[in-house]
Write a protein of this length. Structure first.
Ligand code: 9D3
Length: 250
């Protein structure tokens, strides 16, 4: 799988590609990430890639022509396979279903904008998909591109140590994850002793599974009731789940 990233800030990507559980996948080329510094495709002596917006207003607009030269260079190198994705606050918000879809694909060309945005004529001519990280304002598309790379790469075979890790992820079953505990069994604090929930020490696997399921259901019902409705609509809630949810004081 190959991703070609067109960006004004290629240096932002390097440290992410060299750390964590995803590092091997990038280093081995299992997920081949190639960076295309947009500045190299500027034309004039000032290496201009942006200019003032027609109609006036604040901020700058990224120019069509350097972007088209960069895209042509990418296509010449990788062929025409894969979608052109533009990261934009007006795009569709990324979710785990998108990560799974991309994880089984051939990769993509990732276009990271800066300034107020990109000339609409470039977007209309070349972009297949616009994606957002969420409803908050960033200064560019690089962090959203890194989020996509990370979410897709951790789903590649062999990247997670435990093959079951992503079945248990938040969102893989559509619910938020349960709380986790490790040593010590009792944490002594100024405010008193904080024991691990007893059921987790019981060795009783069915009870542990039920406890974790109920904590997930409770947390999701309180914090993300929209996800409970979606799980119910998919038929992902058992009769026992529904009885537990009905018992919660909302
Ligand atoms: C005057 C309107 N502008 C500021 C609110 C619009 C605007 C343009 C460009 C806002 C942010 C940006 C830069 N952001 C991105 O390129 C971006 C982004 C984001 O800001 N939030 C969530 N997801 C994304 S994906 C790309």
């Amino acid at each position: 799988m190959r991703f070609d990233v067109i960006t004004l800030f290629p240096d932002l990507f390097e440290p992410f590609l060299k750390q964590g559980v995803t590092r091997r996948a990038y280093a081995s080329g299992q997920v081949d990430v190639r960076l295309w510094p947009l500045r190299e495709h500027a034309e004039d002596n000032y290496r201009r890639v942006d200019d003032r917006p027609y109609g006036g207003g604040p901020g700058m607009v990224m120019l069509v022509e350097p972007l088209e030269r960069a895209l042509a260079a990418v296509w010449a190198d990788r062929g025409l396979a894969g979608p052109v994705i533009h990261f934009s606050p007006t795009g569709r918000v990324m979710d785990q279903a998108l990560m799974r879809e991309m994880a089984s694909g051939e990769g993509a060309i990732l276009l990271c904008g800066r300034y107020e945005g990109i000339d609409q004529r470039f977007l209309d001519r070349h972009v297949d998909l616009e994606l957002s990280l969420g409803d908050f304002v960033l200064s560019g598309g690089e962090l959203p591109a890194l989020a996509l790379l990370d979410g897709v790469t951790r789903l590649q075979p062999g990247v997670l140590h435990d093959a079951r890790s992503h079945e248990q992820d938040s969102f893989e079953d559509g619910l938020l994850d349960c709380p986790h505990y490790s040593r010590p069994e009792v944490l002594h604090t100024e405010a008193g002793d904080l024991p691990v929930p007893a059921v987790l020490l019981s060795g009783h696997h069915a009870q542990i599974e039920r406890w974790r399921r109920e904590r997930s259901l409770e947390l999701t019902a309180r914090r993300r009731p929209d996800l409970i409705l979606a799980a119910r609509a998919r038929g992902a809630l058992s009769a026992a789940d529904e009885r537990f949810l009905a018992s919660l004081v909302v």
